[in-house]
Design a protein around this ligand. Sequence first.
Ligand SMILES: [Zn+2]
Length: 273
Amino acid sequence: MKVAVVESTESTALFDVSGATPSFLNALRRTLMSQVPKLAIEDVTVYDNTSALFDEMVAHRLGLLPVPTDLNQFVRRQDCTCNGEGCANCTVLFTLSKEGPCTVYSGDLIPAADAKFRIVDPKVPVVKLLEGQRLMLEAGAILGSGIEHAKWQAVTAVGYMEYPVVKVTGPLTAHQAERLAKVVPPGVIALEGTQLKVLDPVKGAAWLRSVKDLHNLDNVELSFEPDRWLLRVETDGALSPVVALRKAASIVMEKLKQVESDLGSLKAPAPAA
Ligand SMILES: [Zn+2]
């Protein structure tokens, strides 16, 4: 099996996976959604809240904010040496103090220890404060996973599709070339006279599939490569998609090793007499 990165940003990535089965990719997909841990706000101590939202609603909104997560730095609170009381190894603390009139944004949460934990997107609105209204609180983020609560889900979207193959079997007609010349996406499809060239097979196949019938492109054959897939992973920015996928792979490996170890200790049943 081979994995290559087709494109990657802080929150989206497209992987080219060859030699895998749909069931294996589905195991990765489900692990990404439910098992890969990330930080999210779990505890909120409200000192003053005269906004229009109840304390519980404010806490719920804070829980959904993406907290930058370094998986090598933290342990789950239940596994921590602090016995669940909260310490620097399992908890990231924030403070928030605002007075209206204003809108309280995610960027108003100030990390107590290190600025690197500032919320990934500072412009997520939390609550609007009118003249004289105040919001003062402390919040603590801990590791969790999507199977416990959706706020800990490491990926916002993950899916896979068959790897597309485009075969151009002949030139276009002059009329087709004239019509397509006005709409071909630059850098994806090139049109030299009546010759169609696909520069980017992934984007090119998607575009050609959408216009093939409209322009009667009988000389363009679209199919899929067997056992090769495009895996798209999107996160809220708390983890990069590459880190999330690597963690998912290691979780699947751990489970398989556990199965191997448990089976290894089993004795084969005695043959029937
Ligand atoms: Zn701790």
